[in-house]
Ligand binder design. Structure first.
Ligand code: ATR
Length: 277
């Protein structure tokens, strides 16, 4: 029987992960299957039981999506540092009877920005919006990319300050509220990692953060021109992108981790891209 993998979430009908991993497996000639599992929301321990029965049936690894990333992290025997900072896992590997938790959301995002979009962050002014799970996953990979300045802004200022305090770093990381951004000038890259776009809302970011040589990145994907991307475009930024590349790159990180083979991503990104306009 081929090696078994799955993505687990609830709801799970919208997931692109089985398609992405099937394309990776075909291209790199890996003998594996990848399915989608709708995880149980109740009772509390039913999620862990579902994962354990998948392992008992020969499962080798899982991707984890909302709302189970925290539960997946909690049930692991070993956790990577970036998963530990996020307090959440988006990928699990099952090896020698142990469950290992990883979080590839942040590295996938950095790789999409730096490799696919050709926007290296080293020496740049980078603004990250939000302080939820997406930002917690992105923080360490962003710091590792060595921007000159990394500003993280959130509505709930205490929450973003507490998050920044968890990361030991010098003056290059600043946590603040949206009101503080007015005085900070333009950024080279502004990333919307809030969940505002999922409900068609706009984070209260002042248009002055966008500049004519800068770029704007929306973590949500397939939502076309969100209010955030529209604001950035109207403010005259050079480039705008949504999170389709991050989705494919985080999948590629998990695939490499599980299989020891790095798949090509560009053709898969092209296939999944929904035009912004
Ligand atoms: P959690 O914080 O429980 O992990 P999340 O969905 O990962 O949840 O995080 C949602 C993020 O989007 C938060 O940073 C939230 O801001 P607050 O912490 O201030 O609530 C942010 N967010 C959601 N809707 C927003 C909006 N309309 N404008 C700005 N930020 C918004």
């Amino acid at each position: 029987m081929s090696d078994q993998y799955a993505v687990i979430g609830n709801p799970i009908g919208h997931t692109k992960s089985p398609l992405i991993h099937r394309l990776f497996a075909e291209e790199s000639q890996q003998d594996m299957s990848y399915t989608a599992i709708e995880g149980p929301l109740e009772p509390h321990d039913a999620f862990a039981e579902t994962v354990r029965s998948f392992i008992a049936g020969g499962g080798k690894g899982m991707n984890v999506t909302a709302p189970f990333k925290l539960k997946a992290f909690a049930m692991a025997d070993e956790r990577s540092e970036r998963a530990a900072l996020a307090g959440a896992a988006n990928a699990l590997s099952f090896r020698n009877g142990r469950i290992i938790a990883e979080n590839f959301d942040g590295v996938g995002l950095v790789r999409d920005i730096e490799v696919n979009l050709k926007l290296p962050m080293a020496g740049k002014r980078v603004l990250l919006l939000g302080a939820g799970g997406a930002v917690r996953g992105a923080l360490l990979p962003f710091i590792a990319a060595r921007p000159a300045e990394l500003v993280v802004a959130n509505r709930d200022v205490a929450k973003v300050k507490a998050l920044a305090a968890q990361v030991a770093t010098g003056d290059s990381l600043v946590a603040c509220g949206y009101g503080d951004l007015e005085a900070m000038g333009r950024f080279d890259l502004v990333i919307n990692a809030t969940s505002a776009s999922l409900t068609g809302e706009l984070p209260p970011v002042p248009p002055g953060v966008f500049g004519p040589t800068g770029a704007a990145y929306e973590l949500a994907y397939g939502k076309r021109l969100t209010p955030f991307l529209r604001l950035a475009r109207n403010a005259g930024v050079l480039g705008i992108a949504d999170g389709v590349g991050m989705l494919v790159e985080q999948a590629a990180e998990a695939f490499s981790w599980w299989r020891g083979v790095r798949p090509q991503t560009q053709a898969v990104i092209d296939r999944l891209t929904v035009p912004l306009d």
